[in-house]
Write a protein that binds this ligand. Structure first.
Ligand SMILES: Cc1cc2nc3c(=O)[nH]c(=O)nc-3n(C[C@H](O)[C@H](O)[C@H](O)COP(=O)(O)OP(=O)(O)OC[C@H]3O[C@@H](n4cnc5c(N)ncnc54)[C@H](O)[C@@H]3O)c2cc1C
Length: 407
């Protein structure tokens, strides 16, 4: 058994790396586990662009100096805060640059077990090491939560995959591919498949595909800015609220929070993607897949509305992620059953602490507590500054743990 450590961070995506930057600056003794930027390197297609604007795609360090803009300047990549989509490759390299510039040590090993030990948690690593951390921050993003609809789940993996299974869509050149979904991931995957020589169609359950408008000019007249403010997650007053005030979102009634966390900023394609989809490939709306079978090496999908059939070589389910704590293998039943939940996620208080003392959650899994901003990189700053203050003991201890916060 190794020495006791003050803090363990589980996860090295934008949230985990940002928190590490803050803890390091605050001289907190911590250990950090996970594969840096793994979701971005291993579960997104080459050629993808970020949907978030450049200015809203920063990891957070206390001095605010290690921004995407600073990375682009240092490495001679083009950058604009608004209106210039960020290539996935740049963002992955930015994450690695952030880590090396700030000298953040990440141990590339997974946490496989956790148990309560006195005032802290005993953690087990995949390499067999066990140690105790006084406080643990779970920043595991969405990779454990890929959602495949029941109707598609019975198909063999050679014929049906979740969108997160692909980094190289050129592998489908010459094949017939159906993409199920209506969000950015579905539409961008379809565009990339088409551009890489696949015959692709999109089946969307919704009746209309949503497209985001062009980014607003940040220097437009004051009246226009007051009418429709621009914020990290997009424009408009509700979006401004979600972007900038997770601590107030947390005060909304639970039902409202759960609903908003799920539906705000719902499926829509980025404005720059529209021309690569419309008129280029079939996007069939109002199509609910009710059955799927493998037949003679092909997939046959049955569609509810038309009672029609669609045949393809492969189906890609761009059907998103659903947080489900039961899928976190490292969380034992004893801890899981002590966690107060909201919308299927761990409920957290104003300091991101769950109802299990010393166990914190940050990132997409706490959207029902802190709002939709947690589903985006932009929320990393709030999470990292708040949690690091709490963990460094300088928060004044005003925030309450989840067990009491929402009563
Ligand atoms: C296709 C796609 C496109 C997206 N585009 C955007 C965008 O343009 N802008 C935006 O703001 N957001 C975007 N998102 C949302 C994005 O997922 C989040 O903004 C962000 O990745 C959340 O960061 P995170 O640090 O919480 O988790 P992640 O980036 O998912 O990182 C999770 C980390 O946890 C680690 N981990 C997991 N399990 C364990 C374990 N048991 N032990 C140790 N480590 C573990 C992994 O190795 C990884 O390091 C997109 C998501 C997807 C799927």
């Amino acid at each position: 058994m190794s020495d006791v450590v003050d803090v363990a961070i589980i996860g090295a995506g934008p949230y985990g790396l940002s928190l590490a930057a803050h803890l390091r600056a605050a001289n907190v003794n911590y250990r950090h586990f996970g594969v840096p930027m793994r979701l971005w390197r291993g579960a997104m297609p080459q050629g993808m662009y970020l949907k978030s604007q450049g200015f809203a795609s920063n990891l957070s360090d206390p001095a605010g100096r290690h921004t995407l803009e600073a990375f682009c300047q240092a490495t001679s990549h083009p950058y604009q805060g608004y209106g210039l989509p960020v290539p996935l490759e740049n963002f992955v390299n930015y994450g690695q640059w952030f880590q090396s510039q700030l000298d953040l040590k990440v141990e590339e090993v997974f946490v496989t077990g956790m148990a309560r030990r006195g005032d802290g948690s005993g953690l087990t690593l995949a390499d067999g090491e066990e140690f105790v951390a006084r406080r643990v921050v779970v920043a595991i993003g969405v990779e454990h939560f890929a959602y495949l609809p029941q109707t598609l789940a019975g198909l063999p993996a050679s014929m049906c995959t979740h969108s997160s299974a692909h980094t190289d869509l050129a592998a489908f050149r010459g094949q017939q591919v159906v993409v199920v979904g209506a969000g950015q991931s579905a539409l961008e995957s379809a565009a990339l498949l088409h551009e890489n020589g696949a015959t692709v169609q999109v089946l969307a359950r919704r009746n209309v595909i949503g497209w985001n408008g062009q980014p607003l000019n940040p220097v437009r007249p004051l009246l226009q800015r007051l009418r429709e403010p621009e914020a990290g997650l997009g424009s408009g007053w509700s979006t401004w609220f979600y972007s900038n005030h997770p601590e107030l979102f947390r005060r909304l009634p639970q039902r409202t929070r759960v609903y908003r966390a799920r539906t705000a900023l719902g499926p829509a394609g980025a404005s720059w993607l529209r021309l690569r989809v419309e008129g280029q490939l079939p996007v069939r709306t109002g199509q609910t897949v009710t059955a799927a079978t493998a037949l003679d090496g092909k997939v046959q999908l049955t569609i509810a509305a038309s009672d029609g059939r669609v045949t393809a070589d492969h189906v890609i389910a761009a059907t998103g992620y659903r947080i489900d704590l039961n899928r976190l293998d490292f969380l034992p039943d004893a801890i899981r059953s002590s966690l107060r939940t909201v919308g299927g996620s761990a409920a957290v208080g104003g300091d991101y602490q769950s109802s299990v003392p010393g166990l914190y959650f940050i990132g997409p899994s706490v959207a029902p507590s802190m709002g939709p901003v947690m589903r985006f990189v932009f929320g990393a700053r709030h999470a990292a500054t708040t949690v690091s203050r709490a963990l460094a003991g300088v928060s004044g201890r005003t925030a309450s743990a989840a067990g009491t916060a929402d009563r």
